[in-house]
Design a protein around this ligand. Structure first.
Ligand code: ATP
Ligand code: MG
Ligand code: MG
Ligand code: MG
Length: 451
């Protein structure tokens, strides 16, 4: 049924490059049909939002149980890209990646007194011997115990920044809005160990700057606001918020001095700025995508995470912890950038960068299918990094218009149509650039320059 697949090329076996990724073969069980089927999977009565609808309809996620989703292949691709960016930013400030168990012993959580404090949000379970565990919602206890198990460190080993990107489990009272508030979700959590409060503050600033840098690269307008320390505890805390009406946090921002805070920390209803006293606070809604805490010695003193200072005296380490909601960032980006019916990704996160559209089967322009495939192979040859980033929409039983519409809904940054203009001399390709909405007619060389 497919005119451009491997099977249409008798010499395919000699190809050194893999065959193109075909749209007909992608596992992207989309629900893009208009009408009564659209949004079929959104349970009736369930609260929903734009990103949740788009992700369900676009074949990006599939519901499992409340707050739990299958992350389908396109989502996993976007998430892997996001994790790579996060890794780059964390490595740049000296972060080292590890991976801690999700099964966390109740004993550790009792020592920090959070076993009871966490209440129903903690998923608790027992092993066959009756030993109690929770499914890790965060890892302050675990990482501090890990450090303490190494005995007393030397001050020369600090600062130490350890982070992981793992699933977190929280029995949220109201899981909703798709990946924005799940009961099982991915978080990047980093924990820092320093020799002094001053050093811990320097680390804190470095992580905040790394977060700013990440959101800048993603092109997302993140606001850093003063925040409550909640049940994580500690003395100083900021949230990284993306402005959105469906956001569940209320922010107060001063138009005069830029002071900004989550209303959880300031007197509710206050309209005069507590910082400059002249400015007026305006209220807006935000999605919390990151949270930084200076913890002091709250956990290190309980678990005995210590180091020898230059005078060889044992000291308790100063700590910070730094969360980023990985899956929440994906959904929040879609929420912010998309229209009601077309997904838009930050350029660096789009699951695939390019979609090539051969003409409809049996159309006047003849057998351009092979031209589309040739284009694919020459792009791969000249730009090897594109190999994993291109798909070929081989559903040639559908018109170009229909497939263009699908491509627009799924948000490929570039869609290349192999249509009438390839018959011209020199041949040209029709390129739809999603970023600025432009349609360009380019030669193969022009296309290479663009990509
Ligand atoms: P919220 O106020 O939205 O419940 P939180 O303050 O409880 O979040 P933190 O403990 O600060 O969350 O966790 C760090 C980050 O993990 C958050 O900033 C957020 O981006 C992400 N996160 C927290 N809870 C969820 C969730 N249920 N689903 C997806 N991401 C989450
Ligand atoms: Mg919470
Ligand atoms: Mg919060
Ligand atoms: Mg928080």
């Amino acid at each position: 049924s497919c005119s451009v697949g491997l099977e249409s090329r008798p010499d395919a076996i000699n190809f050194t490059h893999r065959s193109p990724l075909l749209v007909s073969r992608l596992f992207q069980p989309s629900n893009l049909r208009e009408g009564k089927d659209a949004g079929l999977e959104i349970r009736s009565g369930e609260m929903t939002c734009k990103s949740q609808k788009l992700m369900l309809q676009g074949g990006l996620i599939h519901p499992s149980s409340p707050g739990c989703y299958y992350y389908l292949p396109a989502t996993v691709r976007a998430m892997e890209k996001l994790v790579r960016l996060i890794d780059q930013e964390m490595h740049a400030i000296g972060g080292q990646k590890l991976d801690m168990p999700s099964l966390c012993s109740a004993e550790l959580w009792r020592r920090s007194e959070r076993w009871n404090l966490m209440g129903k949000e903690l998923f608790r379970l027992q092993d066959r011997h009756g030993a109690e565990y929770c499914l890790g919602p965060t890892h302050e206890e675990a990482v501090t115990d890990l450090l303490a198990s190494q005995g007393t460190l030397s001050y020369k080993q600090l600062p130490l920044l350890l982070y992981q990107v793992t699933r977190k489990f929280r029995d949220e009272p109201k899981p909703r809005f798709g990946l924005l508030r799940g009961r099982e979700f991915y978080m990047k959590d980093m924990y820092s160990f320093d020799t002094s409060e001053e050093a811990a503050h320097r680390t804190y600033q470095a992580v905040c700057q790394a977060y700013d840098q990440l959101f800048l690269r993603l092109g997302l307008p993140c606001v850093k606001v003063q925040a409550d320390t909640g049940n994580i505890g500690g003395k100083l805390s900021h949230e990284f918020q993306l402005p959105a009406d469906i956001g569940e946090d209320t922010l107060m921002i001063c138009g005069n001095c830029g002071f900004s805070a989550n209303t959880e920390t300031i007197e509710p209803g206050r309209t005069d700025c507590p910082q400059c006293h002249g400015g007026v606070l305006t209220e807006s809604k935000g999605i919390e995508v990151g949270h930084t805490f200076y913890l002091g010695t709250k956990y290190s003193s309980i678990f005995n995470a210590t180091y020898y200072n230059a005078q060889n005296k044992p000291m308790v380490a100063e700590m910070g912890c730094f969360g980023l909601g990985v899956t929440r960032i994906l959904a929040a980006a879609i929420e912010l950038l998309s229209s009601e019916d077309a997904i838009r990704w930050p350029g660096l996160l789009a699951p695939y960068q390019v979609c090539i559209l051969p003409p409809k089967k049996g159309s006047k322009v003849g057998d351009l299918g092979s031209l589309a495939e040739d284009l694919y192979y020459s792009l791969v040859k000249l730009l090897p990094s594109l190999k994993e980033e291109m798909v070929l929409d081989d559903r040639t039983q559908l018109t170009i218009g229909k497939r263009l519409k699908d491509a627009s809904r799924l948000g490929y940054p570039y869609v290349i149509v192999v249509g009438q203009c390839v018959m011209e001399e020199p041949p040209r390709f029709e390129v739809h650039c999603q970023k600025n909405g432009e349609t360009l007619f380019l030669s193969k060389e022009g296309l290479l320059d663009l990509l």
